[in-house]
Design a protein around this ligand. Sequence first.
Ligand code: ADP
Ligand code: MG
Length: 248
Amino acid sequence: MRPAVRIDGVSHAFGQGGERLLALHDVSLELRKAEFACLVGASGSGKSTLLNLVARLDPPTTGEIETFGSRTALLFQEAALFPWLTAADNVELPMRMRHVAADKRREEARQLLSAVGLADFEASRPHELSGGMKQRVALARALAQDAAILLMDEPFGALDAITRDLLHDELERIWLERNLTILFVTHNAREAVRLGDRVLVFSSRPGRVADEFRIDLPRPRRLESPEVARLAGLVGDRLREEVLTRGH
Ligand code: ADP
Ligand code: MG
């Protein structure tokens, strides 16, 4: 079966000549359809660079990236909502850009906000929402792009533990209901094991996939369960090894 995303021999450099910085080196990776893959790596290891390339914000210096059967939607650590728009208007925006009819847009936005647990907040503006609620709106807006491939760049990194826990549950439910393919970036090994079918360990400078762990634990998983802790320990050891051998 065709994968959802194929990354083939991708290297990426920033800058020119002596200032040239190789951020990614020969990254190859396939995500199968409906897979939840997590990418863990130290900061500066090129995780965001890779997501941006998959989202086609930039072409890779060398190598190829293909996505099959769907567009991609990118989510960041900051929700990046338009402050002057209501939650519903923020969610409607990508549909407006695709020229979806107004009544259909409104109905879809309502359903998406309800799917992320914000049915009563359609008319709220971002400043009236908590950090977790803003990320929920951002998730609804990403889903409104009609994308089956979600690229998530440390989306819950700024949230408190309880909110993050709730959002893990919600994201898992939405992923299953909608058959999404997710590439989720985090520097937190536990979060990666809580969520992923597969955890990819990224090495630093230049970034490349150093190792991968298949996570076969039944779902839903608890962040604090001993099984998650044990596997996260293995992932963490592997990460530390990469960071130490690469002089960080
Ligand atoms: P991560 O997301 O893993 O923290 P990044 O992908 O943001 O890492 O960055 C990888 C490396 O590339 C870092 O050394 C960073 O400074 C560099 N980098 C990222 N974006 C740019 C850019 N637009 N121009 C120059 N260097 C960049
Ligand atoms: Mg980053």
